[in-house]
Design a protein around this ligand. Structure first.
Ligand code: FES
Ligand SMILES: [Fe+2]
Length: 404
C-alpha cells in the first residue's frame, strides 16, 4: 500500500477509535441459507467462478527460479505451472496429450522435463512435446501439435494468474481495476519468498469460509482468548474495488503510531489489511510478509470445501528489521530457521482460523442444511458480507439482496 494511503487509513482508524464509531453499510441484509446448500447454485459457481474465471495460482515466489514448477489440484482442471529456462511463467493443463495422465504429481520442485508415468511421453518447461518412446511403432506424431494444453496466464504485481479455461480470457488490469492494481504493485508481493503452507478440509461451504474473513464484530466473542488481545474488534476501514474489497482491521498497536511522526506510520503495525480478490482469494499482508488464503468448493457437496493457505515472507533484512529505522512493534520471528518459523506461523494461524473461525463456519453450515433457518442477517457493521454476497449473486445473474 502506498505511504500516503497508509497514513490516510491510520488516521481514519484513529478517528473512529476516538469517536467510538465504525463503518456503516447503511442497513442490514438477509441472506438465504440456501446460498450455502443449494446444489444448483453450487454447480453454477463451479462453472462460472472456478472453471472459467482467472485464478490466483500463487505468488512469483512459488516459482523462485528458472526450471521450477508447482501443481494445482484444487480446481476441476489440474494445472502445472512452470518457470521456463528463460524465466517466463506458463500454466498448462496437467494432462498428457497421449491419454490424459497427469505428467507431474509432485506439488512443487525443479524439473527441465516432465515425463508422463504411463508411457513416458516427455514435455519441456514450455510445454513442448520433446519425445516419446517407440515413435516408429506408435505412429507419426507432429510434435508441434501435441504439446501440453497451455492456459491463458500472466505474472503481474507478484501474482501468478491463470484461467483454467484454455480459450478463456485473462486481463489482470481489467480484472483488478487501476486503483487496486496500483495498490497491489506498491506491496511488492513479487519480492516475497514462500515459507510453506497448510490445508484445511472443512464441513462448510466455501463462501462461509470467505465470510469469516469479512467482519471483526466476532473478535471480542469468538476470539476472546486469542485475537481480542491484539485487535480492536469494533472498528475497521472498508472499501470496495469493483468486485473486490479491502478491509483494514485495527491492531491495538495503533496507539504506538500516536507517538511517531507520520512518515514512520506503518499500516501493518497499526492494522491488518484484508483484501478479497473475487471470487475465492484472501490476502493478509502483514509485517512478516503475506498470508494467502484460497477456498475451493468440494466437487460432491456444497457443504464442504478446502482452504489452501500459503505463507510468504520478506527476506530477512528486506524491511529494515536490523536497521535503526525499524518501526517499533515490528516482529522479527522471520529470523528463526525456516522450518521453525513455518511451524510457529502455521500453528498460530490454525489455532485461530481452523480451530475458532471454521468451527463456527461448520456450525453455520449444519444449521443451513437443517432447512429450518430460512436466512441469516448481515449487520450494518459487516459491509464486506453485503459486498461478497451481492457480488456473487450479480455474477450468477441473481437479484441483489436488498437493504432492510
Ligand atoms: S498417457 Fe501419457 S504417455 Fe501415455
Ligand atoms: Fe475470525
Amino acid at each position: 500500500m502506498q505511504r500516503s494511503e497508509q497514513i490516510t487509513q491510520v488516521k481514519v482508524l484513529l478517528a473512529r477509535l476516538d469517536s467510538g464509531t465504525n463503518v456503516d453499510a447503511g442497513g442490514m441484509r438477509l441472506n438465504p441459507t440456501t446460498s450455502y446448500t443449494d446444489t444448483d447454485i453450487a454447480r453454477m459457481e463451479r462453472e462460472t467462478f472456478f472453471r472459467n474465471h482467472p485464478q490466483v495460482l500463487g505468488l512469483s515466489g512459488d516459482l523462485p527460479e528458472p526450471g521450477t514448477f508447482i501443481t494445482i489440484n484444487d480446481l476441476d482442471v489440474r494445472i502445472l505451472a512452470t518457470r521456463d529456462e528463460s524465466g517466463e511463467f506458463h500454466a498448462f493443463v496437467n494432462a498428457c496429450r497421449h491419454r490424459g495422465v497427469a505428467v507431474e504429481e509432485r506439488g512443487s520442485g525443479k524439473a527441465q522435463r516432465f515425463t508422463c508415468p504411463f508411457h513416458s511421453w516427455t514435455y519441456d518447461s514450455q510445454g513442448s512435446l520433446v519425445g516419446l518412446p517407440k515413435e516408429d511403432h506408435f505412429g507419426s506424431i507432429d510434435k508441434e501439435c501435441f504439446g501440453l494444453v497451455e492456459l491463458p496466464s500472466e505474472e503481474k504485481y507478484g501474482f501468478l494468474f491463470a484461467n483454467p479455461n484454455p480459450s478463456g480470457s485473462l486481463d489482470i488490469d481489467a480484472l483488478l481495476g487501476s486503483e487496486l492494481s496500483e495498490e497491489m504493485e506498491a506491496w511488492d508481493f513479487g519480492s516475497l519468498r514462500r515459507l510453506g503452507g497448510d490445508r484445511y478440509e472443512i464441513d462448510c461451504n466455501w463462501k462461509l469460509a470467505m465470510d469469516t474473513f469479512g467482519e471483526t464484530y466476532h473478535f471480542n466473542s469468538l476470539h476472546k482468548n486469542t485475537l481480542a488481545a491484539v485487535f480492536e474488534g469494533n472498528v475497521q476501514c472498508y472499501d470496495t474495488y469493483g468486485q473486490h474489497h479491502r478491509m483494514i482491521l485495527c491492531r491495538k498497536a495503533i496507539h504506538e503510531m500516536r507517538k511517531l511522526p507520520e512518515d514512520q506510520w506503518d499500516i501493518t503495525i497499526a492494522g491488518l489489511p484484508v483484501y478479497w480478490l473475487f471470487p475465492n482469494t484472501i490476502l493478509l499482508p502483514n509485517d512478516l510478509g503475506m498470508y494467502l488464503v484460497r477456498t475451493y468448493p468440494d466437487e460432491g457437496s456444497p457443504g464442504r470445501h478446502t482452504s489452501v493457505i500459503t505463507f510468504y515472507m520478506h527476506s530477512t533484512g528486506d524491511r529494515g528489521e536490523n536497521s535503526a529505522e525499524a518501526t517499533p512493534g515490528r516482529r522479527t520471528q522471520i529470523q528463526l530457521a525456516p522450518t521453525e518459523a513455518l511451524k510457529e506461523i502455521a500453528q498460530g494461524f490454525a489455532e485461530i482460523i481452523r480451530d475458532e473461525d471454521y468451527v463456527a463456519s461448520a456450525s453455520q453450515q449444519r444449521s443451513a442444511e437443517g432447512g429450518a433457518l430460512p436466512n441469516v442477517v448481515f449487520g450494518r457493521n459487516e459491509p464486506a458480507l453485503h459486498h461478497y454476497h451481492n457480488t456473487y449473486r450479480s455474477a450468477l445473474g441473481q437479484d441483489p439482496l436488498p437493504l432492510i
